[in-house]
Design a protein around this ligand. Sequence first.
Ligand SMILES: [Zn+2]
Length: 188
Amino acid sequence: MRCHLCLNISWHPLCKNCLNTILIPNPTKRILKNGLVVYSSYRYEDIKNLLHKKHTYHGAKIFAQLTKHALLPLVKTFTCKDVYSLPIDDHTRSGYSHSAIIAQELRKYIKPLFGKLRAKNRIRYSGKSLHVREQNTRDFMITCKENLDVILIDDIVTTGNTLCEASSTCKAHNLNVLFALTLANTQK
Ligand SMILES: [Zn+2]
């Protein structure tokens, strides 16, 4: 196949050269209004063209490659013994769940709890105003065991409202949320 960025022949959707030149991780640490810390690997602006392909077969592969390239090295620096990852709403709405792909790629270091944190409200936030986002909370439901140390996983942190809500739901379920991980952060 051809690399999605440079169009050179490549075994993977993103070639090694692009990963090591254009897609160098640019990690950020963001603290949300409820105190939750979010670590992200990229600025949204830097990878938005790739994220737009996320609902396609190659999009899923790209997500996996970016996670391995940029998020995995970050996770390796944490001590994650007996820590679980909770991918946010890993529902395969359009064929691929982005948070589940990320959690799957990190499984060697953080054990994923798939399908345990589900949103009852599935309105799509993409392109919606802040007002609409705030009026429509996700209304999460948790079905895992209590008293676990967890890391929340999502593809992008935008307003942070979804992560804040997920973290409150976790706390109400006696889960200890250590922090959150996303591939991209929209904050400049
Ligand atoms: Zn390339």
